[in-house]
Ligand binder design. Structure first.
Ligand code: AMP
Ligand code: TRP
Length: 331
């Protein structure tokens, strides 16, 4: 099968282990088989981040992290969303075929808008429509994401279908989500019932790809545990142990059941020690490469400019066809 792959990541902050295990690792692997397009979605980040310096530095940092993780800017297209006008252009067209009721169901909007929904920016509400535009501007068919994006992806399919129906065409393929691997939802190190997230106030809750070896080890040593002897998977009763077990299996690229069998009788401290060693081993190469890249921002910018040119060469003609389908005069 030869799919066109598209996925995006927000530059609201640096990347963490949840992003890596839930999404980026799969992005890297997919490059071997498919045409891949990876986008740093700064326009999505603008829904919550209103600090120009932060936006610029996070965008470069996320680019460096993706490159360090193994995204190859020759084989794949790596670029920044705002550099390709088709995303906003298509988002507007899709805004005009998406019923309000569909957006009202989005749980991420409800979470992010909080209690004061009246004060939430319109962009936060329309966020999933821009996400659909990202994917459809490339007529992408496979979208690797973590579990939290499932609802947005279903909406993208519905929006593609709505456009096709309204204009009596089969122009847009319906994109398929790919939610793969053991670690589709990595949880906080401080609370096994909460998602590991860049918005958590406690830095101890997550492992950042910029953390050095000592920091990674310390965060794992101090991760919340329980006082039961032995490690096994039971997300209901033992969310923290289950999360750490899942992280171990994902980092080691071994089935969870196999890792579980190995640590079934191990004390928590022993398990954490082994997990810390594994995490340091797997993440330190990424960390070192990231530092090198971050030292040369001009090179990062060059890579992103090259990516934007290639992305625009695909999305530009799609946009022309869409404008034609909806009847915009192109004199
Ligand atoms: P974001 O950082 O929200 O732009 O997310 C980028 C990608 O990482 C998306 O595919 C998310 O689904 C994925 N992701 C974010 N947090 C986690 C997590 N805690 N566990 C697994 N995947 C995640
Ligand atoms: N909303 C996604 C997230 O927060 C990021 C994203 C934007 C995305 N556009 C996309 C993911 C298109 C997949 C495809 O993780």
């Amino acid at each position: 099968m030869n799919a066109r792959v598209f996925s995006g990541i927000q530059p609201t902050h640096g990347l963490h282990l949840g992003n890596y295990l839930g999404a980026i690792r799969h992005w890297v692997r997919l490059q071997d088989e498919h045409e891949c397009i990876y986008c740093i979605v700064d326009q999505h980040a603008l829904t919550t981040l209103h600090d120009a310096e932060q936006m610029r530095s996070n965008t470069r940092e996320v680019a460096a992290a993706l490159l360090a993780c193994g995204i190859d800017p020759e084989r794949s297209i790596l670029f920044v969303q705002s550099n390709v006008p088709a995303h906003s252009q298509l988002a507007w067209v899709l805004n005009c075929v998406t019923p309000l009721g569909w957006l009202n169901r989005m749980t991420q909007f409800k979470e992010k808008a909080g209690k004061h929904r009246e004060n939430a920016p319109v962009g936060l509400y329309a966020y999933p429509v821009l996400q659909a535009a990202d994917i459809l501007a490339y007529k992408a068919t496979l979208v690797p994401v973590g579990e939290d994006q499932k609802q947005h992806l279903e909406l993208s399919r519905d929006i593609a279908g709505a456009f096709n129906r309204k204009f009596g065409t089969e122009y847009f393929p319906l994109p398929e989500p790919m939610i793969a691997g053991e670690a589709t939802r990595v949880m906080s190190l401080r609370d096994g019932t909460k998602k590991m997230s860049k918005s958590d106030v406690s830095d101890m809750s997550r492992i950042n790809l910029t953390d050095d070896a000592a920091t990674i080890a310390r965060k794992i040593q101090r991760a919340k545990s329980d006082s039961i002897l032995g490690i096994w998977y039971d997300p209901e009763k033992r969310p923290e142990a289950s999360n750490l077990l899942t992280i171990y299996a994902a980092l080691a690229e071994r089935p969870r059941a196999e890792v579980e069998a190995e640590f079934r009788e191990a004390p928590f401290a022993e398990f954490k020690k082994r997990l810390a060693e594994l995490a340091v081993e797997k993440l330190s190469a990424i960390n070192a490469r990231m530092r090198e890249l971050m030292a040369d921002p001009a090179e990062i910018d060059r890579i992103l400019r090259y990516g934007a040119e290639r992305a625009a060469a695909i999305a530009g003609p799609v946009m022309e066809e869409v404008y034609d389908i909806v009847g915009f005069l192109r004199p």
